[in-house]
Design a protein around this ligand. Structure first.
Ligand code: GAP
Length: 438
């Protein structure tokens, strides 16, 4: 992980938030490469969920919601972690993580095992961030930063039904920020207090939920493979009764094998009619669906797919990072899928003379209308290849003296380093066919 974290900073993927002030714990900023990678991941998810399903609509709900939403959803009462404090060293731990944590005074021991440790009894700590709406900071003005994007979908269920005229089964998708005051954030961007979720709630007739649960499980696992994650690094983790969230009848996590162990990257949940029924109860508004074909009203069941964008991004980086011997050197290469790579192609004039830079600049200008591409004429071509390998650029296009003769260029493929000559005029089509998310 240390090498990856250092590459992320060096190459402009991820920086510590507010670094000039010493940083803010567990908060990160995405740099020029990181923001492209993140946007590409979001776009692949959005296309897969909405463009590829004519029965899924999108929304973008606000982060601040009516405080009653969080009472109805169960987050005010139940979105808690058990916390223990050490009165000797003032450190805090999640009670259920104590056995795998380190005592700050004696890292070879777990908290509580050192003779100076004084652990308190566990107490429940609500993970929602609070703030105040308006100028008066009293209880009546308390609002929460949403801990999941899902509730913005539930409260808009009827708005979407009425405005889109979708019929069950149908889904609503959303990408947006969520906030959790995690007791123990960590592992770089794996668990942070501010993160982005990509969630989809699929509304179905009660009784059809289990079938849809299985369909979405299969589809979501396939998506992770489509964006390039190695299948052998993915597995399912079914939730046992003690792990199930308060709203779920069944849940499976997609897990990835990180250097710090197998960890959840996405959750698929059968949320039953829990959320809509609770919002109906707390708001006093009817949130049932009228099934015209069956001539009956019912509160739909919901299959949820919920994935963290930042966690997927970390997964893609961990999965793509490779070091390999190339001649005398060790080549660091990010084998990112071309669909999500931040830069799709680098355009390199072999030398800075004979009109080659001008031709390369022309090609760059042409390609940049469709793709994020990069012109580079600094240093030897070998060094320029290495720079692009480190940020995962799948294609390097070199303009050389042969280009002057027959208007062809070489295209070097990142992973195999194989080169082929193609006509400069064919480049747009060549790239489009290889980087598109179908
Ligand atoms: N709406 C259901 C829900 O939020 P969750 O399992 O709590 O379910 C879903 O979260 C996904 O959100 C997780 O699989 C993970 O990818 C991401 N996630 C949750 N907490 C996170 C955190 N503190 N930092 C980064 N990502 C997080």
């Amino acid at each position: 992980m240390d090498k990856l974290v250092s590459l992320c900073k060096r190459r402009g993927f991820i920086f510590q938030s507010s670094e000039v002030y010493g940083g803010l714990n567990s908060c990160y900023d995405y740099g020029p490469m990181g923001v492209e990678l993140k946007n590409n991941i979001k776009s692949c998810w959005w296309r897969a969920m909405t463009y590829h399903h004519d029965n899924i609509e999108g929304v973008d709900a606000s982060i601040l919601m009516h405080p009653r939403v969080w009472e109805a959803s169960g987050h005010v009462a139940g979105f808690t972690d058990p916390l223990v404090d050490c009165k000797a060293c003032k450190a805090r731990f999640r009670a259920d993580h104590v056995a795998t944590s380190q005592c700050p005074r004696k890292p070879s021991k777990a908290p509580g095992e050192h003779h100076e440790c004084k652990l308190t009894e566990p107490r429940l700590f609500n993970l929602m961030f609070k703030t105040f709406m308006g100028p008066v900071e009293d209880q009546a003005a308390v609002v929460f930063l949403r801990p999941e994007t899902a509730q913005g979908i539930f409260v808009n269920f009827l708005n979407v039904v009425n405005s889109s005229r979708q019929k069950l089964p149908f889904g609503i998708a959303q990408i947006g920020k969520a906030f959790r005051n995690e007791v123990t954030p960590g592992n770089f961007i794996f668990r942070t207090r501010e993160f982005e979720q990509m969630e989809m709630q699929f509304f179905v007739r009660p009784g059809e939920d289990e079938e849809w649960f299985e369909k979405w499980r299969a589809e979501r696992l396939a998506w992770h493979q489509e964006i390039g994650i190695r299948p052998e690094k993915l597995r399912w983790h079914p939730h046992g009764p003690s792990e199930l969230a308060h709203y779920a009848k069944a849940a499976f996590d997609v897990e990835y094998e990180f250097p710090f162990g197998w960890q959840e990257i996405e959750g698929i949940h059968n949320r039953t009619d829990f959320d809509l029924a609770r919002h109906q109860e707390y708001s006093g508004k009817r949130l049932s669906y009228f099934d015209e074909a069956r001539k009956e009203h019912y509160v739909p069941y919901v299959i949820e797919t919920s994935v963290g964008c930042d966690r997927v991004l970390l997964t893609t980086l961990v999965d793509a990072y490779h070091e390999e011997q190339a001649g005398e050197e060790v080549r660091v290469v990010l084998r990112l899928s071309p669909k999500i790579a931040p830069i799709k192609a680098a355009i390199l004039p072999l030398v800075k003379k004979d009109g080659l830079p001008e031709i390369a600049a022309g090609i760059t200008k042409d390609l940049m209308r469709d793709h994020r591409v990069f012109y580079d004429d600094v240093a030897s071509v070998g060094k320029r290849y290495r720079r692009q390998d480190e940020v995962g650029t799948p294609y390097c296009i070199t303009v050389d003296s042969q280009t002057l003769v027959d208007q062809t260029v070489t295209v070097r493929e990142r992973d195999t380093m194989a080169q082929e000559r193609i006509a400069a005029t064919a480049l747009r089509e060549y790239l489009a066919a290889r980087v598109r998310f179908d």
